[in-house]
Design a protein around this ligand. Sequence first.
Ligand code: ADP
Length: 221
Amino acid sequence: PLTMIKGYSEVMRDIPGENTPENVQVIIDEAQHLSALVNDLLDLSRIQAGMRKPIPECFDLDATVGEVLTRYEAFVKRQGYVIRFSSVGETWVMADRSMVLQAIYNLINNAINYTGEDHTVTVSLTRQNDSIRFSVQDTGAGIAAEDIPAIWSRYYRVDRVHRRAVIGTGLGLSIVKEVLDAHGALYGVQSTVGGGSTFWFDLPTVETSQTSLTTSQEDKP
Ligand code: ADP
């Protein structure tokens, strides 16, 4: 991104008539991409260095997912996406809310980026015995079985050429992995080539709200 930012700025400074809104937009987009990359790298290195350990709190996962989806409303309308939500009602979990939010955002962003022509993404919560499963399903191209083990690694990308609705840095799934490993959570993906993918993770449920709730405002799409 810095090469693009520098290049476009120089062209706009030196060449008459190149100071256009389109060229400024390239600079803004590249700056945004760079900022996402730096933030993802910082998150990842903090977690990997053990500096960012989960701080568990009790929160309602269903309500949290509902809040996340309201953050996408404007984007979804503007870009013509449909995000369905299959909710289960109040469900308490004990986990680091801001880390779990990061995993949720990254999985939803990927589903939006890779979903098919119908532009549809389905987010579901399903109760299991003592846990709750969060899953995000898309209708995209899916992932070949041989690629699946590698997608959780830093910078790994199955296909470098794709249309992106949301900024992707190649670090999203490695952050999801670190967050879920830090929680000892089960997670995975079911995918068929041509049939879309479903990314999921499980968190153990707790009986009721055990402590006072904190609502963090760090959440971002
Ligand atoms: P990226 O910024 O490239 O999306 P991620 O770490 O989030 O980085 O994902 C790594 C790779 O895994 C992606 O480049 C893509 O090849 C694959 N991938 C992730 N999510 C999906 C999905 N929902 N459908 C198909 N492929 C996916």
